[in-house]
Design a binder for this molecule. Structure first.
Ligand code: UDP
Length: 255
């Protein structure tokens, strides 16, 4: 296969030109970064697991009517996606205090929030993705008020759905980050769709019984067992068999 043209390389993913106009190929790397790129490392097998986990979650969200960029998985590390114009915002949805909200507001980590809270950060690495308000977003034209309403309501729907889905497999969805994009169909009509990825890189996931972290905080805080935690998330979701990716049974011969 001829190597496709690279469009963009981020910290954990690479985007290539897709096979048809309006599509891209999203490649998941094993690279990990934290603290605005101050900490870097490799988590062996992470890209393969995140490709599968994000495929699974985006497919499930698609089934309940949430529009996403996911088209289909191509192989172990790549998925075909719809090309969108990325809205330069990180949408953070929180159910339980952890990470930056605990630091900023002095709320002990693990405190259940009075209700789900949506926050926005402006996507700008050189500025460290600063926290911004709806006022900044609309005044600077990063998104219109209508787009922001759509983003908020989709984000809360996604949160409700994912909370239930994860709880069903013994995992608490503490918080997560979403990105949205503008998708233009053949008639040039625009809609807001979910983009990027949903994986243990972008979510905080705690075991319901033990509160053990099953996400990128294991890397951020040097807790060890990072790949194992990602694998456990995949196994609980039923994506991987108990014994892990190397022991996947081959296709069954149908009589
Ligand atoms: N997050 C992310 N990418 C970022 C920043 C945050 O995926 O650039 C996710 C993070 O994994 C967590 C949630 O968003 O699930 C909230 O992160 P927080 O604002 O607490 O920032 P952190 O403590 O990770 O710096």
């Amino acid at each position: 296969m001829t190597r496709r043209k690279q469009i963009y390389e981020g910290k954990a993913k690479v985007l290539f030109e897709g096979p048809e106009p309006g599509t891209l190929v999203q490649y998941f790397k094993d690279d990990a970064s934290a603290n605005n790129n101050q900490k870097k490392g490799t988590i062996t097998g992470k890209g393969v697991l995140n490709n599968r986990i994000s495929e699974y979650l985006m497919t499930k969200l698609g089934e309940i009517g949430v529009p996403t960029h996911f088209v289909r998985r191509l192989n172990m590390r790549e998925q075909l996606i719809r090309e969108v114009e990325i809205i330069p915002l990180e949408i953070i949805v929180r159910n339980v205090a952890a990470g930056s909200i605990s630091k900023r507001l002095g709320i002990p980590e693990g405190t259940t929030l009075p209700r789900s809270i949506v926050e926005f950060c402006y996507k700008a690495d050189e500025l460290g993705d600063p926290f911004v308000s709806e006022e900044h977003i609309t005044a600077f034209g990063w998104a219109t008020p209508q787009e922001l309403d759509e983003i908020m309501s989709l984000s809360l729907r996604i949160n409700d759905f994912l909370c239930g889905l994860f709880l069903g497999v013994g995992i608490r969805l503490i918080d997560f980050k979403l990105e949205f994009g503008r998708y233009y169909n053949q008639n040039d009509e625009m809609s807001i769709i979910l983009a990027d990825e949903i994986s243990p890189d972008s979510c905080r996931l705690w075991d319901v019984r033990t509160n053990d972290k099953m996400d990128k905080d294991r890397f951020r805080k040097d807790l060890g067992g990072v790949a194992e935690a990602y694998q456990e998330v995949a196994q609980r979701l039923g994506i991987l068999p108990e014994s892990g990716p190397r022991d996947m049974p081959g296709p069954k011969v149908m009589q």
